[in-house]
Design a binder for this molecule. Structure first.
Ligand SMILES: [Ca+2]
Ligand SMILES: [Ca+2]
Length: 222
């Protein structure tokens, strides 16, 4: 007698679980999810009247200068996946004519992104996260900036005329905090209407030398 009872329950569960309303709800939520992960309209092509040259990746890193679209934009990987000229758009990161982004998956590791502008401004500078010329650090991970285990740091320029001259962008391993060494970091840069990037590994190195904890990207804006 127990067997038919169980079967009836199972049959009863079927229509509730796979009926039209369930399918509709599934489609609706899928549609909403799709909407929220579709990137906003392609970045507006803004007039860029500067040229970035002398791009130099750190020793041992291969600079990717040609963007190859791989699909919709993915968040928090510091890659311009859809090659629209903006890194991680639609993910809550700010962007501008210049944008520098690092992403790393070692949750505990503290990696810092910092830049030195042609006017010898340093960002960040102590607790200061903006420069007079218009650069801002909009995320500091890991920490209280909504990192949620997806470590990203992002610097962007919010004006129309970025300072001309030599830039230096440092990627520094501040503290492993128990993470395995070396730490893999992806760096992406938006330079006007194009994006470039490279992968680096940061670690204390066999002899503990500091050089292996800091990698630098340089370029000149003219
Ligand atoms: Ca993009
Ligand atoms: Ca991305």
């Amino acid at each position: 007698m127990r067997e038919p009872q169980r079967r009836r329950d199972a049959e009863g569960a079927g229509p509730r679980g796979s009926g039209p309303s369930y399918v509709f709800a599934l489609c609706a939520s899928a549609a909403i999810a799709l909407l929220s992960c579709v990137p906003p309209a392609p970045a507006k092509r803004v007039a860029v009247d500067f040229v970035a040259s002398n791009l130099a990746a750190p020793a041992g890193a291969a600079l990717e200068q040609a963007c190859t679209p791989t699909g919709p934009e993915m968040c928090f990987n510091a890659v311009d996946d859809n090659c629209n000229g903006v890194i991680d758009e639609g993910c809550g990161l700010e962007t501008g004519l210049l944008q520098f982004t690092i992403a790393w998956s070692a949750a505990a590791a503290d990696v810092n992104l910092s830049i030195t502008t042609p006017g010898d401004e340093h960002l960040p500078n102590g607790r200061e996260r903006s420069t007079k010329s218009g650069f801002h650090l909009d995320r500091d991970c890991p920490g209280e900036d909504g990192c949620g285990g997806q470590n990203v740091e992002n610097v962007y320029f919010d004006g129309a005329e970025p300072p001309r001259g030599s830039y230096s962008v440092d990627i520094t391993l501040a503290d492993l905090h128990g993470a395995e060494s070396p730490v893999q970091v992806h760096f992406g840069a938006r330079l006007g209407s194009r994006t470039v990037g490279f992968d680096v590994t940061l670690g204390p190195g066999a002899s503990g030398e500091d050089a292996a904890k800091k990698k630098t990207f340089t370029f000149v804006l003219a």
